[in-house]
Design a protein around this ligand. Sequence first.
Ligand SMILES: NC(=O)c1ccc[n+]([C@@H]2O[C@H](COP(=O)([O-])OP(=O)(O)OC[C@H]3O[C@@H](n4cnc5c(N)ncnc54)[C@H](OP(=O)(O)O)[C@@H]3O)[C@@H](O)[C@H]2O)c1
Length: 348
Amino acid sequence: MRSPAPRVTLADGYSISRIVVGAWQLSEGHTPEKPRRKVVFEAFGRMADAGLTTFDCADIYTGVEELLGEFRRCRAQASPTVQIHTKFVPDRDSLPSLDKPHVERIINRSLKRLGAEQLDLVQFAWWDYSVPGYVETALWLADLQRSGKIRHIGATNFDTPRLAEIVEAGVRVVAHQVQYSLLDHRPENGMVDFCHEHDIHLLCYGSLAGGFLTDRWLGTEEPGEPLPNRSLTKYRLIIDEFGGWAFFQDLLKTVRGIADKHGVSIGAVAIRYVLDRPQVAAAIVGARNDKYLQENLDAFSLQLDQEDADRLDEVLSRRTGPGGEPFGLERMPGSPHAGIMRYNLNRG
Ligand SMILES: NC(=O)c1ccc[n+]([C@@H]2O[C@H](COP(=O)([O-])OP(=O)(O)OC[C@H]3O[C@@H](n4cnc5c(N)ncnc54)[C@H](OP(=O)(O)O)[C@@H]3O)[C@@H](O)[C@H]2O)c1
């Protein structure tokens, strides 16, 4: 019998599971295959029963807020209860003209899609720092929080100076969603320390690099284009920054050695590694079904020791990147990372 999945308190009276189930994988923008409602509800129900009660979506993940809202309603009588985190991602084209009514419209739409009176956590994103307004917009979200529509405010993909501006303006940010993994250590370049000082929890995507950081890719040839989904397309570019495919295979072999020692999968080691980083509240692990549930739950009982840390440090010391702030490469005009972004999915 497994011990209960661990939880973490994000704010007074609000706790989440330390693995958050990511639902971008259910949106048509991610994977062409349409999710089958019944299959998803049953799989997500088993995850919630196993203690993974927190789900992540966004206003730009087409159809997913509605799906998760319905899932939560179907589970209304079941225990434990479900938390749904969404994001407010205004279109890049709308940023220059964004005003408070527009923000309220999008938040109202998320409430309606989720069938909720209050959003548990709204993670705010801003595509382009050259357009002013992110602090003002965050303050409008704080107004909506005061009016009861939002329980907690979070951020996603900000760099440290811009997140600091929002915090200094008086917005209580409880969580910041960033990419953080064995492949991507950019939060360590200032963000982790800032979040520690301001009691902001990190919620981390990319912990499995879209599935690359699992046994599935150990010993395989470098995959060609096109890759099966948007997540793999995104993290393939991170592997290039990390040092390329052959070096990535060195990392996978090292992780496999550690996984063998503990009798778990590569994915479980990759998730545990992220959960052990300072300031990390949860790893967000994407799912289309519960195929990997049991092996990913192994991350909770796994304890990495000093020998494991030394083996990982040895490989990681040879990485070439990615460097800079979280999401810095993704914001850099002309970079391959920026080239795959879709900036206007909200149509709010
Ligand atoms: N804020 C942002 O900008 C942002 C960006 C990206 C993602 N996110 C959030 O983070 C969530 C996670 O997305 P991600 O792109 O980072 O993906 P991820 O969690 O790194 O990878 C998830 C995928 O890995 C595969 N997988 C999971 N466990 C596995 C295992 N044990 N063995 C083999 N394969 C396994 C599955 O793919 P298959 O089902 O295809 O096998 C799964 O869909 C998203 O759903 C979203 O909520 C946020």
